[in-house]
Each structure stands twice: as structure tokens, then as C-alpha cells.
Design a binder for this molecule. Structure first.
Ligand SMILES: CC(C)(COP(=O)(O)OP(=O)(O)OC[C@H]1O[C@@H](n2cnc3c(N)ncnc32)[C@H](O)[C@@H]1OP(=O)(O)O)[C@@H](O)C(=O)NCCC(=O)NCCS
Length: 186
């Protein structure tokens, strides 16, 4: 995974664009909706995004390329884990390493905040996403039958565990410890 990530960063760097991952703001919604609609048969509506982002444990981030949004991720903070709710890169900029950069950011959030894993559900038919997450070390740990209300499709629960915590070295990343996490619900 380490070598793979380095290669992805080289790929993105080779485009010559300035890449920036930052919090999602209201003004990003048109671009976010474009990526969402281009990515999913059963797309979230703008209301779905807003309802989710209104929750105090829900975070939205976008990846910005020079002047446009290449993709986004929405995740929930739980006491011991991060749960990826929604994630898409616009088709026009896929396979350039942007998705990998977003996952890299999420992994940093997990380790620097001392959470134990990242979890997500992926549709049974979404092989591309399954391959992508597998390439980043995620494992499918169980099947969620009839998971989606829209199509009745099954999902795979996938997760990536944090490396064991070393009290001298942390997780190998330097960052603030999350003191709020202990008060949040799982
Ligand atoms: C899954 C997704 C986010 C990947 O984003 P991306 O920016 O294209 O991914 P990257 O360029 O960082 O890919 C990294 C690696 O993941 C794997 N991968 C990515 N897309 C893949 C695909 N379609 N098929 C097989 N492997 C794939 C490859 O190993 C790839 O490395 P490579 O390009 O050197 O072969 C993107 O395809 C997407 O937005 N899909 C639609 C929305 C979606 O399914 N979201 C996930 C919901 S759970």
C-alpha cells in the first residue's frame, strides 16, 4: 500500500495541477452534485447531503484541482472508527490518484485521532470501488443482505484497521490527539 500511494502521488503531481483537500463548503454543492450524479445510479439529493452534514459528527471534504472540485468524501466520526458514508471522484479525473489522496487523508484522520478503523459499505455490483478499496488495504469482512432500500442490493462491509499503536512512536504520524472522541457515541 505504501509504494502504491507514492505512485499515486506521483501520478497526481504529474498533472501539474495544484491539489488541495479541504472542508466542503456550501458553495461546493453544484460541483459535488455533478460528481455524485455522474457516479451513482441511485444518487444522493442535495437534501441528503445537507441532512447528513447537519449532524455534528458528519464531515464533508472535497479535493480541489486548481479551480475545480475533482471529488468529495463524507464521513462520520464515531468514538472508535470513521465511517465513510459517500465518496466519489468525477469520471473525468478518475485513475489519476485523487481517490487515493482522499483515502490517504482519511487514514491520517484515523491514526492522528487514535481511531481504530475506517468502515464503509459498498454495493455488491460496484466492483471498481471494491478493487479501489482493496488496493488500499481494506478487507471485506461481511455481507449486508438487502442493504439498500432503493434496489434491495446486498453490500459488503469493508474495513481498514489502524496499525497497532506504539506509545513511543504513535501510529507513525505526528498529529493532535483527539480528546473529544471519548465523549462521542460509537
Ligand atoms: C472508486 C473511486 C473513488 C476511485 O477513485 P480514483 O481517483 O479513480 O482512484 P485512484 O486513481 O486513486 O486509483 C487507485 C487504485 O485503485 C484501483 N482502482 C481504481 N479504480 C479502479 C477500477 N475502476 N477498476 C479496478 N481498479 C481500480 C487501482 O489499483 C488504482 O491504481 P492504478 O490506477 O494505478 O491501477 C472512483 O472510481 C469513483 O468515484 N467511483 C464511483 C463512486 C464510487 O463507487 N464510490 C465508492 C462508493 S463505496
Amino acid at each position: 500500500m505504501g509504494a502504491g500511494r507514492t505512485r499515486q502521488k506521483e501520478k497526481v503531481a504529474a498533472t501539474g495541477n495544484a491539489i488541495h483537500i479541504r472542508w466542503m463548503i456550501r458553495r461546493d454543492m453544484p460541483d459535488v452534485m455533478r460528481a455524485e450524479r455522474a457516479s451513482f445510479e441511485y444518487a444522493w439529493t442535495e437534501d441528503d447531503f445537507l441532512r447528513c452534514l447537519r449532524q455534528r459528527n458528519c464531515i464533508g471534504m472535497v479535493v480541489e484541482l486548481s479551480d475545480r472540485i475533482g471529488g468529495f468524501m463524507i464521513y462520520e466520526l464515531h468514538r472508535t472508527r470513521l465511517h465513510l458514508m459517500n465518496f466519489a471522484i468525477h469520471p473525468s479525473v478518475r485513475r489519476t490518484g485523487l481517490g487515493s489522496l482522499m483515502v490517504g487523508k482519511l487514514v491520517y484522520k484515523m491514526t492522528s485521532h487514535r481511531r481504530l478503523k475506517i468502515t464503509l459499505a459498498v454495493r455488491e455490483r460496484n466492483l471498481a470501488a471494491q478493487m479501489f478499496f482493496r488496493a488500499h488495504g481494506f478487507k471485506a469482512t461481511r455481507t449486508l443482505s438487502n442493504y439498500y432500500e432503493d434496489s434491495g442490493e446486498d453490500a459488503y462491509h469493508m474495513e481498514l484497521k489502524a496499525p497497532p499503536y506504539d506509545p513511543f512512536d504513535g501510529f507513525g504520524v505526528i498529529g493532535p490527539v483527539n480528546r473529544i472522541a471519548q465523549y462521542e457515541e460509537t
